[in-house]
Design a protein around this ligand. Sequence first.
Ligand code: ADP
Ligand code: MG
Length: 240
Amino acid sequence: MIHDKLTSTIRLTNFINLEELSILVAIKLQHVSKSYQGPVIEDLNLTIPTQQITALVGPSGSGKSTLLNLIAGLTTPDSGQIWFDEQPIFDADQSLNCPPAKRQLAMVFQDFALWPHMTVHQNIAFAIETHLSKAECRKRVEWALAQVSLADYGQRYPRELSGGQQQRVALARALATQPDLILFDEALSALDPQLRLQLQQDISALVKAHHLTAIFVTHDRQEALRIADNIVLLHAGQVV
Ligand code: ADP
Ligand code: MG
């Protein structure tokens, strides 16, 4: 059994080709729990549909970021199973834990997380350059910057950009890895309302254009209603 699951996971990762566009992914969590000092996520069962934006809404401290990190593999659940499509990527009982780098996903954070000493081009290339030739990498970065309407900004440093532009760079960096899934953790919360609206539309359009699956964490229900195909309400570590 363990062998079967490992083999299928290996098959999943072999199957992935950076040159191909996305493979359909639906995420399924079964009986997932995570505790720190106390329980944060409790026996959570959830299915995230493929090629849609699912908003994850809930008050501060309700476990939204923890849930994203569990899906990303940055945090290990105490128990339960996580599936991407038919492939188990985490199973506590089988000691199966597919590493984050093999999960074909990208994350976008509220604080952009750009390297200040690198240009926009270097920031994006950093995520992909080990997998690609120099020429392919340059092409991919240019492609990603064009996707977010920043084609001429490659040589700038993050400090030379507005907050909205920096978040576009973070989005381009995510797209450049050609993920199946993008996880947004309060990604627009630091931006002013006008920019937020614009970026909500842009994210929506990009997710649809590239047939991505997205989970969009926000504490703002209006934003969730605007951007999402589905809304999941999290309260005290459970779906309500
Ligand atoms: P949200 O993103 O909904 O605001 P979080 O998932 O960040 O909520 O946090 C949920 C709870 O888990 C909080 O009480 C937080 O203090 C706790 N928590 C999150 N990460 C850790 C950690 N690495 N160590 C200890 N406690 C944590
Ligand atoms: Mg959070």
